[in-house]
Design a binder for this molecule. Structure first.
Ligand code: SAH
Length: 487
């Protein structure tokens, strides 16, 4: 199998420094499953092309330890020698390890520069998803993607095309970016791995994908395929990516617009991640986020609420679901973060909704620790993963807003269960799930708070676990459903 990487940035032979491979000589590397050759087909000032040719020994594969169970690898005649796959990733990791780490020994400043790069993979399998899937992986990363179908057999055109494409990617990137994209995405395309996938694969994925994968629209599919559909590993990786994504959006907060509220003691800015609907249905497991949204929606459906206000609506994940509800006459989302509201607006596609749907939905900029007439008079209020963002000394103000002013017939409140944090293997002991969390309660603290609220404000409360209810530490998310006692 072959990968070529070219640049036209003069002096183009700097590619040799970037890859730590001298353009003037061919080199051979011995890998566990075969041999890798590195050589250059062009090497002058204007154009330089490095080739990585990986020679997989198919007989060794069938006999050797790397044999995966079942499928193609059980046969002597298979596509492993030529189709880009996890073998190529391993070869990239071995042969270009320094470049993959973003370092350049002889010209360190080069490693940080984006340069025009073209990567070519002559045979890329796309058994599931075809060309659309290939594009959906690389285009969001800023590549121009060129695909050419490969016929099954050139002598018999009537047989049509194979499930493979020739793929060319072009973009201005740092060499490390290109290599890490290929390192992660090539095995995703192949949807197979020649070695056993264990827990260290999650670390590998996050090491090479963390900073770009967290914001990739296909991150759910990529993660699950990279981890060979090992649900528990995928869940772990997605939870870690959710955290990376949240940290990222905090930095880009529209600080100016929020300043006024922040000055009054209401910081916080974030927009959590999500998995597309299609993903969730087709490729379980669901992320905790997804499970939570579904549970809240189910409570709202049971209650027959016709008007709902989502307090701390963030990027609008719940509202997107709500607008599909025929029964809903009025849906309002309120958040302190204008950046989150912008994302919500885009997610809801407000500008493209039919006027009859559009008029039912409103986004409001505001704080939920201040009385606000715009959020009064609703059947139901939802407060999903929000209270832990409030300063403990502002909690009483929020309680008055929710239970005295908004005073809905039904209120749904969710918050993390801190006891469950020990089950997130990536979370250092004692660390909260998100840097903006002011506290995370255990089951008893939440239950006590709920009982006190119900008693003080005339509600009955039911607690429901969200996510797998661990016999020792309980569920990852705790949910309280408050119903107003008097009508
Ligand atoms: N409910 C959403 C978002 C949860 S993240 C979801 O489930 O996806 C918490 C949200 O609460 C953030 O969008 C943050 O901006 C908002 N928030 C935090 N403090 C707030 C306050 N005092 N008033 C209004 N919104 C607040």
């Amino acid at each position: 199998m072959l990968l070529t990487i070219s640049t036209t940035m003069p002096p183009a032979t700097d590619l040799g420094y970037l890859l730590h491979k001298n353009p003037s000589r061919a080199q051979v590397f011995t890998l566990k499953f075969g041999t890798a050759h590195v050589f250059y087909t062009d090497a002058d000032d204007t154009r330089c092309t490095a080739c990585l040719l990986v020679d997989v020994d198919p007989v060794h594969l069938v006999r050797g330890k790397e044999k995966a169970s079942g499928g193609l690898l059980d046969q002597y005649v298979n596509d492993r020698p030529f189709a880009a796959s996890s073998f190529l990733s391993v070869a990239i990791g071995d042969v270009f390890s320094t470049a993959l780490q973003g370092r350049c020994r002889d010209k360190p400043e080069l490693a940080g520069r984006s340069i025009p790069l073209t990567a070519h993979l002559p045979v890329v399998p796309a058994r599931r998803g075809g060309a659309d899937f290939l594009r959906s992986l690389f285009e969001p990363l800023g590549y121009q993607v060129e695909l050419t179908p490969i016929p099954l057999d050139e002598r018999f055109p009537a047989w049509g095309d194979s499930a493979c494409f020739s793929l060319t990617l072009t973009a201005e990137k740092r060499i490390q970016e290109l290599l890490s994209h290929l390192y992660v995405l090539v095995p995703v395309l192949d949807n197979d791995k020649h070695y056993w996938v264990g827990g260290d694969e999650v670390d590998k994925l996050l090491r090479h994908g963390g900073d770009w994968l967290a914001h990739h629209p296909e991150k759910g599919k990529i993660t699950r395929r990279y981890l060979r559909h090992k649900w528990s590993l995928a869940r772990d990786a997605l939870a870690r990516l959710e955290i990376i994504e949240e940290e990222g959006t905090e930095e880009t907060a529209d600080a100016a617009a929020d300043e006024a509220v922040t000055a009054q003691g209401d910081p916080s800015e974030k927009a959590a991640s999500s998995i597309s609907e299609e993903e969730a249905v087709v490729e379980a497991p669901l992320s905790l986020n997804e499970i939570r949204q579904r549970e809240v929606l189910a409570v709202l459906q049971e209650s027959c609420a016709e008007s709902v206000v989502d307090l701390g609506c963030g990027d609008g994940k719940l509202l997107v679901r709500l607008i599909r509800e025929k029964r809903l006459k009025r849906g309002v989302g309120l958040d302190v973060s204008s950046r989150a509201l912008e994302i919500a607006e885009a997610r809801l596609r407000l500008d493209r909704l039919h006027p009859s749907v559009r008029e039912r939905i409103t986004l409001l900029h505001g704080a939920l620790t201040y009385r606000d007439a715009r959020i009064e008079g609703f059947d139901a209020a939802t407060v999903i993963e929000v209270i832990e963002h409030l300063e403990p000394n502002r909690l009483a103000a929020f309680e008055r807003v929710l239970f005295d002013c908004t005073r809905p017939r039904l209120a749904v409140v969710t918050t993390p269960n801190v006891e469950y944090n020990v089950r997130f293997s990536f979370l250092p002991e004692g660390k909260l799930r998100h840097s903006d969390h002011r506290f995370e309660w255990d089951r008893r603290q939440f239950r006590d708070w709920c009982n006190r609220m119900a008693e003080q404000h005339g509600y009955t409360v039911t607690l429901r676990p969200v996510g797998p209810d661990d016999p020792e530490v309980g569920p990852p998310t705790q949910m309280a459903v408050f119903e107003r006692s008097e009508q």
